[in-house]
Design a protein around this ligand. Structure first.
Ligand code: GLC
Ligand code: CA
Length: 560
């Protein structure tokens, strides 16, 4: 089981083919370029790639507006190049998951074109229509400030259509069984071409009831089980990783009480409270978020992230908490987006402070779940706030000091490479960091390697230990007769803490540091006393390094 459920203890790397590497010199990243960089990813030690949308698309929402589900956008290559890529990844033991964007299509999709032109076409019912403007047309926008409504009039159809996102992304009528069958067909197609799963876009909207009379949409959770079943029949190792920013009380509906629905979900709850904890040097609300999201089936897993390709959505924090995060990480209006979030990259948010970047990453790698790294964050890339909306954090990967950071030989890349200021490619690039043993890139590589060697995090149960100090988080994981323990000081000043491991027995008197020589022995009082430097962190194994000799083959009560 431990080998089959690969996602329980994986490191996922999220990238967009268009901004990773341009092999044919037209300024746009492509699959041939990505194949040339597979050894870089392999060296970094990641176990899976999450590939952002690459299918044919007018690209008005970075490819999240698909006009053909069964192809590759010509600007990124051909289906042939795609299979070269999945094959190359497989050879290096890297799994590939891709975005599955089926809440909506592009308005250029032939299905929508036919649906709007012919009310009798079977495709008419693939979308969501209304003869009159529905009463709640001006509510429920996902991009407030940019998107004006969720219903727009289509002159050709002479009707209003529903769009949860931008008006060029008409929602599919996902309750229609033909649409459902098509979604399975799309999954089956890409599975056949070598992907082992999907990052499913906007899941709560996909499964919600839609229509002009739907005032309060209801989630049809059963749909999730049929998606999973189909996938598992086709390919046992395949998974669905859901983008679902929902409240913790709904989590089990998404995972399924028996683990029969989605394998993974991004933990938006922990993400927001993690940033609050970093901003306020106070981990109490983060601990609450960890506890609230603790219940999950044994086969399910959280995807943990710091930043992704969207804004850092702070919508679930209290007003006061949100203002605190804004103040600390995005004080200027131009850094904020959609009235609820921050659009910057990680490094500039943390002022480029190496200690804080390591702290943030160390937390992400040791909180319960599977970490998801965003391309470029491993070298501390910055953002370009001159670019509109979320594009500021989607600039090309910075490989070297060569023109356009070695991303392309073209005169104009698809998005400008960051080329001035402290985050310019002259300073921040992979080649330079390779040569420096103390670079962030080499640190990330080491931390990924160590993270893979502590499967207790991915598989085990966790317990938050009391440190009597809100700025210091201590967590212990137990799994198959072994325990690991992590301590983080979120404060800008050194902190002294004392804590007990919560384990009985003499083993817990020794904590072996996995990253430095600084081990800890319990004092007379049975507690560990640590002096943590500002933003300091510790990774420990409890007892000793004979954990592989101690590991039990099964999960038994004694093996705790
Ligand atoms: C998801 C994506 C976002 C996209 C939206 C519409 O939220 O993360 O980038 O704009 O879906 O597809
Ligand atoms: Ca190209």
């Amino acid at each position: 089981m431990i080998n089959d459920l690969w996602y329980k203890n994986a490191v996922i790397y999220c990238l967009s083919v268009g901004t990773f590497m341009d092999a044919n010199g037209d300024g746009i990243g492509d699959f041939q370029g990505l194949v040339r960089r597979l050894d870089y990813l392999h060296g970094l030690g990641i176990t899976a790639i999450w590939l952002m949308p690459f299918q044919p698309s007018p690209c008005r929402d970075d490819g999240y507006d698909i006009s053909d589900y069964y192809g590759v956008n010509a600007r990124h290559g051909t289906l042939g190049d795609f299979v070269e890529f999945t094959h190359g990844a497989e050879q290096r033991g890297i799994r590939v998951i891709m975005d599955l964007v089926v809440n909506h299509t592009s308005d250029r999709h032939p299905w929508f074109q036919e649906a709007r032109r012919d009310p009798k076409s079977p495709y008419r019912d693939w979308y969501v229509w209304s003869d009159k403007k529905p009463p709640h047309a001006n509510t429920g926008m996902v991009f407030p400030g940019v998107q004006k409504s969720t219903w727009s009039y289509d002159k050709i159809a002479r009707a209003w259509y529903f769009h949860r996102f931008y008006d060029f992304q008409p929602d599919l009528n996902t309750s229609n069984p033909y649409v459902q069958a098509e979604i399975l067909k799309i999954m089956g197609f890409w599975i056949q071409l070598g992907v082992v799963g999907f990052r499913m876009d906007a899941v709560p909207f996909v499964i919600s009831t839609k229509g002009p009379r739907v005032k309060n949409p209801v989630e049809q959770y059963d749909m999730l089980r049929s998606l999973r079943e189909f996938l598992q029949w086709r390919e046992g190792a395949a998974i669905i990783l859901a983008e679902a920013n929902v409240l913790p009380e709904c989590d089990m509906e998404y995972f399924g009480a028996d683990g029969d629905r989605l394998h993974m979900m991004f933990n938006f709850q922990v993400n927001q409270h993690l940033f609050y904890a970093l901003a306020a040097s106070d981990c109490r609300s983060l601990v609450q978020a960890l506890k609230a999201t603790k219940p999950r089936p044994a086969t399910a897993q959280w995807g943990l992230f710091l930043r992704n390709h969207d804004e850092l959505d702070l919508g679930r924090l209290t007003e006061e908490q949100r203002q605190r995060v804004f103040e600390c990480f995005g004080p200027e209006k131009e850094m904020q987006l959609y009235d609820r979030g921050i659009r910057r990259r990680l490094a500039p948010m943390l002022n480029g402070d190496r200690r804080r970047i390591e702290l943030a990453y160390s937390l992400m790698f040791t909180l319960p779940g599977t970490p998801v790294v965003r391309y470029g964050d491993e070298i501390g890339m910055g953002d370009d706030l001159k670019l509109p909306e979320r594009n500021c954090a989607r600039t090309p990967m910075q490989w070297s000091t060569e023109p356009h950071a070695g991303f392309t030989k073209a005169r104009r890349p698809i998005l400008p490479v960051i080329s001035d200021g402290p985050y310019g490619y002259q300073h921040v690039n992979a080649a330079k960091q390779r040569r420096d043993p103390n670079s962030l890139l080499n640190w990330t590589e080491r931390i990924i390697r160590m993270r893979k060697e502590v499967p207790e995090v991915g598989w085990g149960d966790f317990e938050v230990l009391s440190t009597r100090n809100p700025a210091v988080l201590a967590i212990r994981y137990d799994w198959r007769n072994n325990s690991v323990l992590f301590v983080h000081n979120l404060d800008a000043i050194p902190r002294e803490v004392a804590f007990s491991t919560g384990l009985r027995g003499k083993e817990s008197r020794l904590l072996v540091n996995l990253l430095t020589d600084d081990h800890s022995r319990a004092r007379e009082d049975g507690k560990h006393h640590l002096l943590l430097e500002a933003y300091g962190y510790r990774w420990y194994r409890v007892g000793g390094l004979d954990y592989l000799l101690k590991r039990a083959e099964i999960e038994t009560p004694e093996a705790r």
